[in-house]
Design a protein around this ligand. Structure first.
Ligand code: PBG
Length: 326
């Protein structure tokens, strides 16, 4: 008998064979582009720790949104950087607040040709940088925060968001938002729930991007990186409360969580390749230590392979463009 009998390498022998048997597909529609818009900016402002990513002006946001849609991305996720912050994050609820204005701008520009999403969280808007309101002792007050999230989600739906994305990890956030959207007649506005959001060092560059005022950490509301069972509990609650899609975040350091959530969820699953994942690859590539383009595709394919239907990534437009040509 010839040896070896089994030759898995046979299916790797030409590019066409490899393409034929690829188990995981990465298409432009799988990618969602997170975008920042800065109130009062006349020009786009570069973000030092995220080379290639900017805080957009209203004009440059519209243009970049159009380009992303033309490249075929599945959706856009907007974050606002306000000029003024206060204890309750009131600019997040204000229809004239930077994020709501940006949603109306982008909605007018690209309409239903893409899926427009909004970050539904207070950290960009509060002067203390926390994702919720603080009580008299300086602790994040879960239930007081819920009322503001509900108002914020309705304002975002009214500004044109197809999906709202509660990212603050308050207990009950999906339920109150669903109730508020329904009561306001926004039955078709969906909820992309940040189901398993970990307290992560990989959010570092994002904090620069939104000029976060946070001192300390978010460990009393974001999850502990040691836990996966807890993510499944969060998943069950979000589904019960009416989440239309669920998300795991960050992505690369939590692929096992993503896999576990994808195996259990009966709704589409998203993963957020966060700012630190982006910065890590860009920094190594800038030093000539990694092949940037190959590394980027490998990370995105890995996130899809682990079970993500949708990947939020700052490389969305670029990669979508590359995938369309290939
Ligand atoms: C909170 C929020 C954060 C990110 C998305 N939404 C930051 C945080 O939790 O501190 C991080 C995204 C990234 O790092 O790319 N509104």
């Amino acid at each position: 008998m010839a040896f070896p009998l089994h030759r898995p390498r046979r299916l790797r022998s030409t590019p066409a064979l490899r393409r034929l048997v690829a188990e995981t597909d990465l298409r432009p529609r799988h990618l969602v582009l997170p975008m920042f818009v800065k109130e009062g900016a006349g020009e786009p402002v570069p973000i030092a720790s995220m080379p290639g990513v900017v805080q957009h002006s209203r004009d440059s946001l519209r243009k970049a949104a159009t380009e992303a849609v033309a490249a075929g991305v599945g959706g856009l996720m907007l974050f606002g950087v306000p000029e003024r912050r206060d204890a309750t994050g009131s600019a997040g609820v204000d229809p004239d607040g930077v994020l709501n204005v940006a949603l109306r701008d982008v909605s007018a520009e690209v309409g239903d040709t893409t899926v427009l999403m909004a970050d539904t969280c207070l950290d960009e808007f509060t002067d203390h940088g926390h994702c919720g309101l603080l009580d008299a002792d300086g602790r994040v007050d879960n239930d007081a925060t819920l009322a503001v999230y509900a108002e914020m989600a309705v304002a975002q739906a009214e500004a044109g968001a197809h999906l709202v994305g509660p990212s603050g990890m308050m207990d009950g956030q999906v339920g109150v938002i669903r109730e508020a959207l329904d009561a306001a007649g926004h039955l078709d506005t969906g909820i992309l729930a940040y189901t398993a959001k970990y307290s992560s060092a990989f959010y570092g560059p994002f904090r620069e991007a939104v000029e976060s005022q946070l001192q300390g950490d978010r460990k009393t509301y974001q999850q502990d990186g040691a836990n996966v069972r807890e993510a499944l509990r969060e998943l069950a609650l979000d589904l019960e409360e009416g989440a239309d899609l669920v998300m795991v975040k960050p992505a690369l350091a939590y692929l096992d969580v993503l896999r576990a959530v994808a195996e259990t969820a009966d709704v589409p699953v998203a993963a957020y390749q966060v700012s630190g994942e982006y910065a890590m690859v860009e920094a190594a590539a800038a030093n000539g230590w990694l092949d940037r383009d190959r590394t980027v595709l490998e990370t995105l394919t890995s996130i899809r392979r682990a079970g993500a239907d949708i990947v939020l990534t700052y490389w969305a437009t670029e990669v979508a463009g590359r995938l369309t040509i290939e």
